[in-house]
Design a protein around this ligand. Structure first.
Ligand SMILES: [Zn+2]
Length: 213
């Protein structure tokens, strides 16, 4: 996978619920030379996307999966060419990633499609995620402080260190809340994805077909 590398200068952050605010607050303390930017209208992801430039990075933090929001942000960031990094808590894992930078990496839609395809209980996963997307859905009050520290520390490492940033491109990082087991995954883009568009048929399956003739 050919990846480009652009270390970003302006970091926008969109926080959901107490967990998101706590991670953002802790992250700011750990950033060496950057000040986080917040949306002027906190209720509007669209409004925030309109403020972004290609050189920016958009971090979205939520204590639960938010597919609808990530779908909108991913499409907007891919269109602009800015970087997208979601941070969510999914059932028993904190997931930082995927770090999306188009062109170069697969996008969040590709990652989500691969996740869904490899999940043992795909229908249940979809139903749960649809529930999480409802306006009425709220996470339990409070959060685990250690998890805030882990999320902020991981984010700060990626943002402060160009080597770690580069290593994270096109990858997701996860820690199990209970066992503390850490896992990382690179993922393959969907063929002809309309958002990242780098994994088209000519590049992979098309090439295979030509060799098989
Ligand atoms: Zn894609």
């Amino acid at each position: 996978m050919a990846t480009t590398f652009r270390m970003k200068s302006q970091v926008w952050i969109y926080q959901e619920e107490d967990f998101g605010v706590a991670v953002g607050t802790e992250l700011q303390k750990q950033l060496h030379d950057r000040v986080l930017s917040y949306p002027r209208d906190a209720a509007s992801i669209d409004g925030m996307l309109r403020s972004l430039n290609r050189s920016d990075i958009f971090i979205f933090i939520s204590p639960r999966p938010r597919d609808a929001a990530c779908r909108v942000i991913n499409a907007g960031c891919c269109k602009i060419g800015c970087t997208f990094l979601p941070v969510i808590v999914d059932t028993e894992s904190l997931i930082v990633g995927p770090l999306v930078q188009v062109p170069g990496t697969p996008c969040w839609e590709c990652w989500n499609t691969r996740e869904r395809a490899n999940y043992h209980f795909a229908d249940q996963r979809a139903a749960l995620r649809n529930y999480y997307d409802q306006e009425s859905c709220k996470s339990p009050i409070g959060y685990m402080p250690y998890l805030v520290g882990v999320a902020a520390g991981k984010l700060a490492g990626v943002l402060n260190n160009s080597r770690l940033f580069k290593e994270q491109l096109g990858r997701s990082w996860a820690i199990n809340l209970w066992t503390r087991e850490i896992s990382q995954a690179a993922f393959v883009g969907r063929h002809a994805c309309p958002h990242c568009g780098v994994h088209d048929l000519d590049g992979t399956i098309g090439l295979l077909f030509r060799y098989c003739r």
